[in-house]
Write a protein that binds this ligand. Structure first.
Ligand SMILES: *Cc1c(COP(=O)(O)O)cnc(C)c1O
Length: 395
């Protein structure tokens, strides 16, 4: 039968209409193509920029020792894992990395996932179900929000870092397992969750705490051991998750927790069971990354000095920097189009900073998400500062 043109075309013209609407609101997302490695000096669509928008906080994404480790890994294991971890895709390098990660974050066991998104989906889905309740900070990462839906648990979201509201919600929840989910460092705000208070509530109300440390691992805490070390908290109740594509500079993620939790994930986390293992060569690179992180005090020191430099320099702008002591330093603009225009004007000056708009952040809080990296220099920060002051005159 010949396809009916009105049937095949209509759905797509509707999609186009929706895309056009998005564009009119300044919300259309578009990709740019990078040539060469991730670095502050970034070539995007063929043009050089000074970039302040990667999560490569320690500048490890193109580190020569990691490149070499990846090459050695490929020589030893080839390119693909060829199967899921539970079939024939779990290699020595994965096993060794899991053991070292667990020890590094002071947990009995750890489990590798292919991405942080999948780790969150898997952990929440495997640990909670219909009779349980998941409590979540309203500013948590999208992957935790999606994870809660997938788990089919009852979802209770509390206002950002509002421990009183959370306590009230915990108190009124009588049955089932209780799991609190939080970003340790909030990805679009740069501020930190009150981990000691959260753990206190877990103890009082017999709940578990899933801490997503995508932006703390490698950067925060002694030797970059992450936000638990930074906050000085540790407990079997804490299920720790961190990503390996940000400060660690490679790819993937892990969950670290009590052995029974990890064994449950191995058996029940669908995003672990039903997916091909990450290439073992990546684990070889990550083992090297872990060494660079542990020995990376100088990198972290330099990053801290850049953060202090930026915060001191930007106090005179019409737009406030949000409260943050991490590498994520968002400049709060407000309106979508204004954030976009500012980001475009920086671009014309050869500086790349991402404008973050709803639905990634709440309406009316569009921002420039400035992220710093140990690979930046003090004069890179000066260049951004000067450009922002110039633009403040014009806007
Ligand atoms: C980036 C990020 C993730 C997802 O990690 P990927 O490895 O990129 O999939 C999860 N949680 C938070 C808070 C993140 O910032």
């Amino acid at each position: 039968m010949a396809p009916n043109p009105s049937c095949t075309l209509m759905p797509f013209s509707e999609l186009q209409l929706q895309l056009d609407e998005r564009a009119a609101q300044g919300l259309l997302r578009q990709r740019r193509t990078v040539s060469g490695p991730q670095a502050p000096q970034l070539v995007l669509d063929g043009k050089p920029y000074l970039s302040f928008c990667s999560n490569d906080y320690l500048g490890l994404a193109s580190h020569p020792q990691l490149v070499e480790a990846l090459q050695l890994g490929a020589e030893r294991y080839g390119v693909g894992a060829g199967a899921a971890h539970l079939v024939s895709g779990h290699f020595e390098a994965h096993e060794q990395l899991e053991n070292e990660l667990a020890a590094f974050v002071n947990k009995p066991a750890a489990l590798l996932f292919s991405t942080g998104y999948m780790a969150n989906l898997g952990a929440v889905q495997a640990l909670t179900g219909r009779d349980d309740t998941v409590f979540a900070d309203k500013l948590n990462h999208a992957s935790l929000n999606d994870a809660m839906l997938l788990s089919r648990a009852t979802v209770k979201r509390y206002p950002h870092c509002d421990m009183e509201q959370l306590a009230a919600m915990l108190m009124e929840t009588k049955r089932g397992r209780k799991l609190i989910c939080t970003d340790a460092v909030f990805s679009m705000d740069g501020d930190r969750a009150p981990l000691p208070e959260l753990l206190g509530l877990c103890e009082k109300y017999d709940a578990w705490l899933l801490v997503d440390d995508a932006h703390g691992f490698g950067v925060s805490g002694a030797q970059g051991r992450g936000s638990l070390s930074f906050a000085g908290v540790q407990s079997p109740r804490i299920i720790y998750m961190a990503t390996l594509g940000k400060a660690a500079g490679v790819s993937g993620a892990f969950v670290a927790a009590e052995q029974a939790v990890i064994d449950t994930l191995v058996n029940n986390a669908r995003s672990y069971v039903y997916t091909t293992a990450t290439p073992p060569a990546l684990s070889v690179a990550l083992l090297e990354s872990l060494r660079l992180i542990a020995g990376g005090d100088e990198l972290r020191c330099h990053l801290q000095s850049l953060i202090a430099q930026l915060r001191a320099a930007l106090t005179g702008l019409p737009w406030p920097l949000m409260e943050s002591d991490t590498a994520i330093q968002p400049l709060l603009i407000g309106e979508n189009q204004a954030a976009l225009a500012l980001s475009m004007a920086l671009r014309e000056r050869g500086i790349w900073v991402a404008a973050i708009r709803p639905p990634t952040v709440p309406a009316g809080t569009a921002r420039l998400r400035i992220t710093l990296s140990a690979a930046h220099t003090a004069s890179d920060v000066d260049r951004l500062t000067e450009a922002l002051y110039e633009l403040a005159q014009e806007f």
